[in-house]
Structure formats: C-alpha cells, structure tokens
Design a protein around this ligand. Sequence first.
Ligand SMILES: CCCCCCCC/C=C\C/C=C/C(=O)SCCNC(=O)CCNC(=O)[C@H](O)C(C)(C)COP(=O)(O)OP(=O)(O)OC[C@H]1O[C@@H](n2cnc3c(N)ncnc32)[C@H](O)[C@@H]1OP(=O)(O)O
Ligand SMILES: Cc1cc2nc3c(=O)[nH]c(=O)nc-3n(C[C@H](O)[C@H](O)[C@H](O)COP(=O)(O)OP(=O)(O)OC[C@H]3O[C@@H](n4cnc5c(N)ncnc54)[C@H](O)[C@@H]3O)c2cc1C
Length: 666
Amino acid sequence: MVVASVDNLADERSKAQFDVGAMKIVWAGSKHVFDVTDRMARIVASDPEFRKDNRTTLGRKELFKNTLRKMAHVVKRANELRLTEEEASKLRFFVDEPGYLDLHWGMFVPAIKGQGTEEQQEKWLPLASRMEIIGCYAQTELGHGSNVQGLETTATFDPKTDEFIIHSPSLTSYKWWPGGLGKVSTHVVVYARLVSGGQEHGIYGFIVQLRSLDDHTPLPGIIIGDIGTKFGSGAYNTMDNGFVCFNRVRIPRNHMLMRFCQVTREGNVCLSDVPKQMVYGTMVYVRQTIVSDASWALSRAVCIAVRYSAIRRQFGSQDRGIETQVLDYKTQQSRLFPLLASAYAFRFVGEWLKWLYADVTERLQANDFSTLPEAHACTAGLKSLTTSVTADAIEECRKLCGGHGYLCSSGLPELFAVYVPACTYEGDNVVLLLQVARFLVKTVSRLAAGKKPVGTTTYMGNAEHLMQCKSSASSPEDWLKPSVVLEAFEARAFRLAVACARDISKFSTPEAGFAELSIDLVEAAIAHCEVIVVSRFIEKVQQDIPGDGVKEQLQILCFIYALHLIHKHSGEFLSTGCITPEQATLANEQLRTLYGQVRPNAVSLVDAFNYTDHYLGSALGRYDGNVYATLYAQALRDPLNDTVVPDGYEEFIRPVLKQTMRLSRL
Ligand SMILES: CCCCCCCC/C=C\C/C=C/C(=O)SCCNC(=O)CCNC(=O)[C@H](O)C(C)(C)COP(=O)(O)OP(=O)(O)OC[C@H]1O[C@@H](n2cnc3c(N)ncnc32)[C@H](O)[C@@H]1OP(=O)(O)O
Ligand SMILES: Cc1cc2nc3c(=O)[nH]c(=O)nc-3n(C[C@H](O)[C@H](O)[C@H](O)COP(=O)(O)OP(=O)(O)OC[C@H]3O[C@@H](n4cnc5c(N)ncnc54)[C@H](O)[C@@H]3O)c2cc1C
C-alpha cells in the first residue's frame, strides 16, 4: 500500500510537461529570492527547535511558552548566522508560528519608519533593530476597530510638563486585540486623539513604554493582559493579543510620532502640508504584505489537496482492481484547479502590488501625493479579495481531502484557523471594499467631468466602448484570446460601477445613496479588483518567461483563473449584457478543456512552490506521498493513545458498564 502511494507521485511527476526548476524561479520571483527562500526553509526544517507537529495538542500556557522559546531561537539563529533583514524575515516566515516578532518587525518598526521624524527614527530604530525593546501596534479598541476616527483613547498635551497624558476614558476605549501586547511587548505605538489647548486635532501615533526593562512588570498607570483564547487549536493562540488601559500615563512630548504633525513646546499643533490620511500609512504597507501572504497560504492548502488527490483513490475499478485517483474526477478538478490558478494569480498580483507600493512611497517622499488614493484603493481591495478567497479556499481544500482533511494531521484545520482572521485584521474585508467603491464612484463622476482616469482605472477611459461592447466570442477557443477575456471583465466592472454611481445620484444625499446601495457597491468593488488580478496575470504571461513549457502552463492557469470567475459571476456578466448565455456556455466548455490540460501537470505545478514537508505540516501533502503510514504514525502519537486503557476508565466508564450490566440482569 505504501509503495503504491509513493509510485503515484513519482508517476505524476514523470508526466510534467514543463521545467519544474524554472517554474520554481518564476514562483519565487527571481533566482536570488529562490536561493534565499530555499536556504531559510531548509534551515528551519532541519532544526528540531522549530518542530511544530505537537502544537494542536498543547494547552494555551504551554503553547505560548513554546512560542516564546521559538522566537528566542529565531533571534539567536539570526544573530549567529549573521542573517540579512531579507533572510531573517524568511526565517521567521518558515517558522510558521504567529508571535510577537511579526508585530515588532511587521508593524511597530514600519510605524516608526513611516510616521517618525528623522530624529525619532535615529533614536528608536536602532533600539528596535537590536531588540533592546520589543514593540507592537495598538490601534483597535474594545468599542472601535473599523472606525479609526471613532477611537476614544486621548493624548492630551500638558504644556506645564512638556508631556502627553495618555488616557483611556472608558472601558470601550481599552486597546483590545494588538498582537504581542498581552504579555511580551515593552513598547507600543498607540493611536489616540490628540488634544492640545482644549481642542481635538485627530488621531496620531504615540510611543509608550508599557513594561519595565528590568523585570517586565507593567509601568505605573498601565493595566495590561491577554484578551483570551481564540478560534481553533494551536493556530493564532500562539500570539498574545492583548488589552491595555492607560490611566493618565505621562510620556515626553517627543514620543508623539511627528512626521506629519508637530506639537510645539507651547502646545501649538502644526500640520505638515500632506494629506491627513498619511497617518494611515502603516495599514497601507501591511495590507500590501498581506496580499503576498495570501498566495503563500493558498498555495500551501492547494499543494496539500493536489498531492493528496493524486494519492487518494475511490471507485472506478472492475473486480477490485486499481481504483480511480480522485484527481481524475472532473468535479474534483473543477473545485481544485481554479484554486491552483488563483494561487499563481495572487502571487503575481502580490509582486505587482509590491512594485506599486514602492512607487507610491518614492512619490510621497518627493511630496507627490497624486497616487495615494489609488494605492489605498488597490491595497484595500486586493487585501480584501485575496484574503476572502484564500480563507474560503483553505476550507474547500479541507473538503477536497474528504474525512482525512478534518484531522489536524492534515494541516488544514490549523491553517484555516490561523488564516481566517486575515479577513478581519488590517481592516474588515467589507469595510475595505466599501473604500474601493467610494474610489470607483468618484472616478466615474470625474469621468463625467472630463477627467482622464489613470493607473488601474485607466480602462474606464474607454467608457463609450465599455458601455456598449458585446463580446465577440463565438467558439471555446475565442475565450483564450486575452483581448476577449479582458474586455468582458472591464465591461462588467465598468457597467457595475456606472450603475452604482447613477443610482446613488437618485437619493437625497450621496451618503444616503451610498449606504442604501452598499451591497451593489461591494460587488462593483470586487469586479474592479478582479480586473486588476486578471490583467496583471495576462500581462505576466505575455512576458518572456524562460524554461521549457513554463509559459504554456502559466497561460493555461491564467485562463482557468479568468474563465472560472466568468462562471462564478455569470449572473453579473449576463445581467450587464457583457456576454450572452451562449458565450457563457462556450467559456465553460473551454474551462473543461483547460482542466484536462492541467491534470498531468498538477502535482508538478504544486512542487514548483518548493515547500518543505516541515512548512506544509501535513500528512496528506507530504512530498513522497506516503500518506497512510504517516496518518497512522501520527494517530499513534496522539496523547489519547499514550495509554491503551484511557484515563478516566475507573471513574467514568467502569461505573457505567456496571450499571448497564445490573440493568440488563433485571
Ligand atoms: C512584513 C511582515 C508583515 C507582518 C504583518 C503581520 C500581520 C499580523 C497580523 C495581524 C496584525 C493586525 C493588525 C491590525 O489589524 S492593526 C488595525 C487595523 N485597522 C484597520 O485596518 C482599520 C480599518 N479602518 C480604516 O482604515 C479607516 O477607518 C477607514 C478607511 C475605513 C475609514 O477611514 P476615515 O478616516 O473614517 O475615512 P473616510 O472613509 O471618510 O475616508 C476619508 C478619505 O481618506 C481616504 N483614506 C482612507 N484610508 C486611507 C489610507 N489608508 N490611505 C490613503 N487614503 C485613505 C479615503 O479614501 C477618503 O478619501 P476621499 O474619498 O478622497 O475623501
Ligand atoms: C487576529 C487578529 C489580530 C489583530 N491584531 C491587531 C493589532 O495588532 N493591532 C490592532 O490595533 N488591531 C488588531 N486587530 C484588530 C482588527 O484590526 C479589527 O478587529 C478590525 O479592524 C475590524 O474591526 P472591528 O473588530 O471593529 O470590526 P467591526 O467594524 O465591529 O465589524 C463587525 C461587522 O460590522 C461590519 N461593518 C463595520 N462597519 C461597517 C460599515 N461602515 N459598513 C458596512 N459594514 C460594516 C463589518 O463588515 C463586520 O461584519 C486584530 C484582529 C484580529 C482578529
């Protein structure tokens, strides 16, 4: 049985019609990134300190202490190996355990870099880089998360002492959720309402020391702790998401992050000549990183489901002969291959978004704020789209693995539990889509005023054509033409946005219209985000891509990505008149053909992710395909199997059996 499993994946690999090594480089982004990633993944996988297969069986306290040990080991190894920032960040990534280091490096340091003055950066960044302080990011409160302008915590300037007084005026103002805050961080960037001279001046970040650097006890005026156990076993419970209440805590004036707004010794508030949304910059940065992370989480789930689907056999045999691999069932393919294609799509759009972010950052440094709204809309929209799809996809992969997918040893339940809050943190996905919709409606109304749209909305400049065009697809093959596919996506997105803008104008105020039509607006926002992903994927496959057959495979995946969306949203494509029912049928026909083309390459396409068995953490997704023996070995290692007769037998099983025996004798 075991030998047959191994043979299956070897067979699968022998069928590949492309150069897997070359695809690995495309997936990584470059040979350099591949080398760094591969080396860091192997360092983690070969170090017993980073073992993670017992995580779901540990209690919260044990689990958390275990994470502290691993984080300390990460810091030690990074120092010993003299890792660069790039290498250290990959090392942390492959440790694959949410912990305070994520927030320290991922939010605290970027907040200081983005919002601190040069002097503030010179003071705080070396301390943070050497980890002489550990920081986190506290914005959300018990009563407010999405509505940042509704935050209650105050930072009141006291000109007598040249200090800010940080205060939590109510229970709902307690900071609630920040990762790393509950038990570890010594410092925090806390977001609060700036008050000076009796007047409010908006929300800004302030660096506050939370705990003593000598004995880690909370400083006076600070009540702090963990907010409690979260969803799933193991999963995000390795993180000390925390609460904190500030009781008139005093900090020096220069602990306010003053890049965009300065408070003078006299308490005068001087706003720099920049948009006030610059204070939201850390969120934009992190949203961009979350899009890249989505492709990692999605590809990991897909890798498990594809390999297992090649191993798993059900039905289809005559006379108890060899059964059919479940990967050969068209229904399995139609559920799995679009997810495989989405993983590649998100990888490429993530790379593009990184470029966009770098570009806008450069412009902002030169006081050019013109692309800020677009950067906000793109990061918000793509964060929302990719995390929602990924969370649903991980759950779909669990189902694709049948009963065994429900076991923790499949790796999928924990992956889902760790991943699903990405739909909420860094902005609830619906709230973020409404931000995109606001941007789209504005773009449409600017069009009417003769303004030319730029960036990702450039396609809207072709307004007349997009409102009237009818798809020219008259055969399944026509759906392999980039121009045909793009036109359908752009027309659907534009028509939905225009309909929203038109309908909003029928209400007494734009706000009333926006609120009433928010369901349609969210759909228009998703359609626009899908235009971005599809067009970036098409752009990618039109480039020169080295490696035998690599470009062809990516083209197949690109069209699977696009055509499965046409199928999924066929209601919208049809109701907006962008395609006809006959054309929808042709697109489906083409999709089925494409599934057949991916089938022989599926295992190799997930091998191209280059994941170690340690990172995958799955009995079902092992590289060697040795699924059943691993499932059995892991079952035997379960704490319940430590003894043959369970603890509790004497107390709770024997008396029941005795009682039943007595009753049956009556
Ligand atoms: C490399 C490693 C990375 C590691 C990452 C680790 C991840 C660890 C896991 C979890 C960490 C989680 C952290 C958090 O969750 S931190 C808290 C995050 N909180 C949120 O995201 C809150 C979401 N809410 C908001 O962003 C805002 O409140 C809002 C955008 C919903 C509304 O803002 P508001 O000021 O009320 O604005 P309006 O809607 O009225 O808009 C005004 C105006 O401003 C524009 N705008 C809004 N946001 C931005 C922005 N970020 N950048 C630029 N512009 C922005 C908006 O478009 C409006 O423009 P206008 O139409 O032209 O007026
Ligand atoms: C695991 C995890 C880690 C986190 N880490 C941090 C951290 O490090 N630092 C930090 O500061 N915060 C952190 N957060 C908090 C997080 O940023 C917030 O939970 C998030 O921004 C959502 O805000 P909320 O909880 O207020 O949701 P709410 O806004 O209360 O959302 C509740 C519901 O209301 C809907 N809703 C809200 N407003 C609107 C609207 N205008 N229109 C339509 N529907 C709406 C939402 O769609 C949602 O369905 C973390 C959260 C989690 C889960």
